[in-house]
Design a protein. Structure first.
Length: 259
């Protein structure tokens, strides 16, 4: 390593706490965490592997919080977990043979639309979860399909996957923001865990950094999920908007650099 471990952890750990706090509320923690790991001198694949390993532990704590509070739709989560894992495997393979340039261009167009949807549709994600229901026969396959498609995105590109999962479950499954966040956090945990195992088998995890960061990740996820459960959609929606803006800025910069 070309960096002091103590100084690195002193800088990275607060950023991981912040990333996981945001991630547990609205997804998108990787937008903060990945640059932090790379700034510490980790190669890109090791940064991805270390992030997935840390996030697997962090999202497990948030998932438990949401489960205990009854904010996870247990009928939708299993199909979403299977879809997410299957999609992530395909996305990872695509990443090896395709350029992300076209996807970056698509997201530059999509993200402002997402922001407009949240800000100008005042009822988006506000309805009580029990007030709007769709048929179980439709909801379960839709859960699998959403998670499968976004699992491909997560494996291929990654940033903001949790945010898109929340928005998709609100829009297509008619969940309120809190139940959408809780349900997708469980799905996201499964995806993170499977990715972490793959990176561990490839030797792409820096455990000296990952293990201390896990404590910050767990603390951040516990704090963020508790805030989301108590504050509800009025708090989650602005955080989603901030995540969308951060992702848009990141992608525009990357797009210009790649052009």
């Amino acid at each position: 390593m070309t960096y002091s471990l103590g100084i690195t952890l002193l800088i990275i750990c607060p950023l991981i706490f912040l990333a996981c706090l945001i991630d547990s509320i609205a997804g998108g923690g990787g937008i903060i965490a990945l640059p932090a790991y790379m700034a510490a001198g980790l190669p890109i694949h090791t940064a991805y592997g270390t992030n997935k390993f840390v996030m697997a532990f962090g999202t497990s704590s948030a998932s438990i919080n949401y489960l205990r509070s009854g904010c996870v739709r247990l009928d939708l989560a299993p199909g979403g977990i299977l879809g997410s894992i299957a999609g992530a495997l395909i996305g990872t393979k695509l990443a090896l043979v395709m350029s992300a340039h076209a996807l970056e261009l698509c997201l530059i167009i999509i993200l402002p639309v997402v922001a407009v949807l949240m800000f100008f549709n005042k009822g988006f994600g506000n309805a009580p979860e029990q007030d709007i229901k769709i048929s179980w026969k439709i909801a379960v396959p839709v859960s699998f399909l959403i998670a499968f498609v976004l699992g491909i995105y997560d494996g291929f590109f990654g940033p903001g996957c949790g945010m898109f999962l929340i928005l998709a479950f609100v829009y297509f499954e008619k969940l309120d923001m809190v139940h959408a966040t809780g349900t997708t956090k469980v799905i996201n945990w499964a995806s993170n865990l499977s990715s972490a195992v793959a990176y561990a088998m490839a030797g792409k995890i820096e455990y000296k950094i990952a293990v201390p960061c896990i404590l910050c990740a767990v603390a951040g996820n516990l704090a963020g999920s508790q805030i989301a459960i108590k504050k509800g959609a009025k708090f989650i929606k602005p955080v989603l908007a901030v995540v969308a803006l951060m992702l848009l800025v990141k992608i525009v910069i990357q797009f210009v650099q790649d052009f």
